[in-house]
Design a protein around this ligand. Structure first.
Ligand code: SF4
Ligand code: SF4
Length: 112
């Protein structure tokens, strides 16, 4: 089992999830965060603090977002770790309410 970040996180990066994760298992892309499936201890602490409701256990991942299970595993091994909360992306509040953001997902790692 693991927890998974799904599509609603795109272009938000509120990072409240990072603040509560006891094992620092989030990894940062240009406009998205993923969870490392081998490091997540399945505590569930990140789920209620995510403003976009983007985080699910793999058991509860909605079918329409099933691809994010693999995408989290893939990018967790390619992107840098993030262990401290930071400011959200500039237009996060606007993007938070949007649906069908998949085309805006960036495969690029966070570059500082
Ligand atoms: S709190 Fe939610 S929207 Fe913010 S970075 Fe974490 S998963 Fe993404
Ligand atoms: S479920 Fe717990 S260990 Fe896994 S990413 Fe969320 S806060 Fe971290």
């Amino acid at each position: 089992m693991t927890y998974v970040v799904a599509e609603p996180c795109i272009n938000c990066k509120y990072t409240d999830c990072v603040d509560v994760c006891p094992v620092d298992c989030f990894y940062e892309g240009e406009n998205f965060l993923v969870i490392h499936p081998d490091e997540c201890i399945d505590c569930g602490a990140c789920v209620p603090v995510c403003p976009t409701e983007a985080i699910f256990s793999d058991d509860d991942l909605p079918e329409k977002w099933s691809e994010w299970l693999e995408l989290n595993a893939k990018y967790a091994s390619e992107w840098p770790n993030i262990s401290a909360q930071k400011d959200s992306l500039p237009d996060a509040d606007e993007w938070k309410e949007k649906a069908d953001k998949r085309a805006h997902f960036s495969e690029k790692p966070f570059a500082g």
